[in-house]
Write a new protein. Structure first.
Length: 322
């Protein structure tokens, strides 16, 4: 019986609505992947909480939250690397700001070793090893050591551009590497950002096509761009459509459709509504079907299709009674 209802709905739905149904199936698969990732993240979160509760922590909960937070998208930069590859990074200013907030300016950095100018010229890089010390509220000291480097920039006519600036770049790189070991911008350097940017990852930003689709839906719902911005902020704290993640695309689309029904208040004619009732067309499908035919000025065709399906249904019901 359930399959028969599905067949009826499919025959009444116009071609463009069927395409939408296929897209929704694809979205459903993405949602299933998202659910799996969400489950894994929840399990990981529980495990982290158990560890934090069982092992003495140097930093308090607020400080740990700061370290575990994702790096804001607007703070992430891109640079061209060797081999034509593109790399994500954050400016040293952001890292210093996070260190100051985290420790209340109670941190220190020491250069333990560095290449000499002669060695730097031989390898074409300044390389330094440094240690970053953070001081906790209890007076504990935590130290992380790592390396940093910067390529020597050459003049077009020969020679080097600015040794001092290149040395400063190597030190900044070392500070960032050490800070990432504490958790600052760790998602940038561990590849987590790239995974979120992968078009198949639920946390990746929506595509330009999807963004345009939301804008069109908002226009059709008569809430416009400003209404769309208000909606995504209220539901997911997004300040711009550029930040919308793929996992929220379907929810936002559905929310816009709800707004559309509230704003337009389309009233389905009684004879068509009666046909929907007889054929048990789902409520969520009715307004979409009605609008589609109305937009094409084919309401009479919709009535004929509904009546034909009603006749088939009644005939089948009579046969079953016999």
């Amino acid at each position: 019986m359930e399959n028969e209802k599905k067949d009826v709905v499919q025959e009444v739905i116009p071609p463009q609505e069927k395409k939408t149904a296929k897209k929704k199936k694809a979205v459903k698969k993405v949602e299933e992947v998202k659910d799996l990732i969400t489950l894994e993240n929840e399990e990981q979160k529980k495990l982290v909480e158990e560890i934090q509760n069982s092992i003495p922590q140097v930093f308090d909960q607020a400080q740990r939250n700061l370290l575990l937070n994702e790096t804001p998208r607007y703070k992430i930069r891109k640079r061209q690397g060797k081999g034509g590859m593109t790399f994500d990074y954050v400016d040293i200013g952001y890292v210093l700001e996070q260190l100051n907030i985290l420790t209340g300016h109670r941190w220190d950095f020491d250069i333990e070793w560095q290449t000499s100018l002669t060695e730097a010229k031989e390898v074409g890089q300044f390389i330094v090893r440094g240690s970053l010390k953070l001081y906790s509220n209890k007076g504990d000291i935590v130290k992380k050591t790592n390396f940093g480097k910067a390529d020597l920039k050459e003049r077009k006519g020969g020679g080097y551009l600015d040794f001092g600036n290149d040395m400063k770049g190597a030190v900044s790189d070392c500070v960032k590497k050490c800070a990432s070991m504490f958790g600052i911008a760790l998602d940038v350097y561990s590849g987590a950002v790239k995974r979120r940017q992968d078009e198949n990852h639920p946390e990746a930003p929506i595509t330009d096509t999807q963004r345009m689709r939301l804008e069109i839906l908002a226009q059709e719902a008569k809430i416009g761009h400003s209404g769309l911005k208000k909606l995504i902020f209220e539901k997911f704290d997004y300040t711009s459509t550029a930040f919308i993640q793929r996992r929220h695309f379907v929810d936002i689309s559905n929310a816009i459709e709800v707004k559309a029904s509230e704003v337009t208040e389309d009233v389905i004619p009684e004879d068509i509504a009666k046909g929907f009732d007889i054929l048990s067309i789902p409520q969520g499908k009715r307004i979409a079907i009605y609008r589609s035919y109305k937009k094409q000025d084919k309401l009479e065709e919709l009535k004929k299709r509904l009546n034909a399906k009603i006749d088939e249904k009644q005939a089948k019901d009579e046969e079953e009674k016999l």
